[in-house]
Write a protein that binds this ligand. Structure first.
Ligand code: KG4
Ligand code: ZN
Length: 345
């Protein structure tokens, strides 16, 4: 089965063509074509993603990427079985571009559409040809620029959100703190690099930032206060490399400790033995390392993290989620799609 996938929920325009085979439990994916244009350079000067600029760029980039993917895949539209497209969550003007483009192709090619939840794409991203199957229940820690969620996956497409952020997403906090440190968007990778430099010097921060909501009984998060604490700490200081490195270290420690603590609590409370970590922030080296340490305590815990190229937004994961949906009985229909910025499970 050939699935063409389109992703435009934020600042990456991405198109991929997958050859999918195998059962729901043992799917196999082959990337026939894959193309992505990141708009990071353009949004950088605004310090974050500007929705209307993202929309304009998606509009311009989609036909270019489509041409590249079909050429790379040496595939004719008539051989494509389904078009999978992200319908939310994300920036609505950006999502609409992908949806309208998918609908245009679907009409021209007479190809059915599968609407995909972006977060479901992230959930499936670690299962790209690992030969591993998802066992249930599984816990997913979804950490991106727009989301911080602990999700209990009870079965295919049966999700329960155990907790989520009450204000900023963790990736958003990385980006905002990066701005305070005079670092470019997206801030996550830059903060992570500076924190590592500080750790590799054998240094510990001389102060500690708060661990918001770490002792709350629920599984919710809050990251905006942390950003405010950074702001107060930086008052009156001249930003030099030492201060940036120390602050990056202290900030990353605080975020990661909260994420690990809540994840561990959920693992215990729901007696879960499989953990998925996905979304842009799952690329964070320190977070990955600390999560792996959970295995020292929970011997039979299996951890799934996407390969690096699939951590940030991409179309491959959207095609994979589309295949899981089809295999799980999704019936395509001719209903008009709608972009849903706040789509949940
Ligand atoms: O999943 P993603 O590509 O887009 C959304 O759906 O939001 O995630 C992007 C977010 C950004 O906030 C970026 O700063 C963060 O992921 N990020 C990181 C790292 N790489 C990307 N955060 C921390 N450490 C990283 N290495
Ligand atoms: Zn994402």
């Amino acid at each position: 089965m050939k699935i063409l996938a389109i992703e435009t929920s934020c600042d990456e325009t991405a198109v991929a063509l997958l050859e999918c085979s195998g059962s729901l439990e043992a799917p196999e994916f082959k990337i026939l074509g894959n193309a992505l244009i990141s708009q990071i350079e353009m949004h950088k000067e605004f310090g974050g993603v500007v929705p209307m600029l993202a929309k304009r760029e998606h509009h311009k980039n989609l036909p270019i990427l489509m041409g590249r993917v079909l050429k790379e895949a040496k595939t004719e539209p008539k051989d494509i079985d389904y078009i999978a497209v992200t319908v939310g969550p994300g920036l609505e003007p950006a999502l609409w571009e992908g949806i309208l483009y998918a609908e245009k192709l679907a009409t021209e090619w007479k190809t059915p559409i599968i609407p995909v939840n972006h977060m479901e794409g992230h959930i499936y991203s670690p299962f790209f040809n690992t030969g591993e199957k998802i066992s249930f229940p599984t816990l997913a820690l979804l950490v991106s620029g727009g989301h911080t969620e602990l999700v209990l996956i009870k079965n295919y497409e049966k999700y329960e959100i155990l907790g989520k952020t009450r204000d900023d997403a963790v990736g958003e906090a990385f980006d905002k703190v990066a701005r305070l440190l005079d670092l470019e968007y997206p801030g996550g990778p830059k903060i992570s690099k500076l924190a590592d430099i500080h750790r590799n010097k054998g240094l510990e921060p001389t102060f500690e930032l708060p661990r918001p909501m770490i002792h709350s009984k629920d599984f919710d998060f809050s990251f905006s206060g942390l950003k405010t604490s950074v702001l107060y700490r930086l008052r009156g200081q001249i930003l030099n490399d030492e201060i940036k490195e120390e602050m990056a270290h202290a900030f990353e420690d605080a975020c990661v400790e909260v994420l690990i603590n809540k994840t561990e609590k959920a693992l215990e409370q729901y007696a879960v033995k499989t953990l998925i970590i996905a979304g842009g922030v799952s690329a964070n080296k320190y977070l990955r390392g600390e999560l792996q340490k959970l295995k020292e305590k929970y011997f039979d815990l299996k951890i799934f993290i996407p390969e690096n190229s699939l951590t940030t937004d991409n179309a491959v994961m959207i095609g994979m989620a589309g295949y899981f949906k089809i295999k799980n009985g999704y019936k395509t229909n001719k209903k008009k799609l709608e972009a849903k910025g706040n789509l949940t499970f």
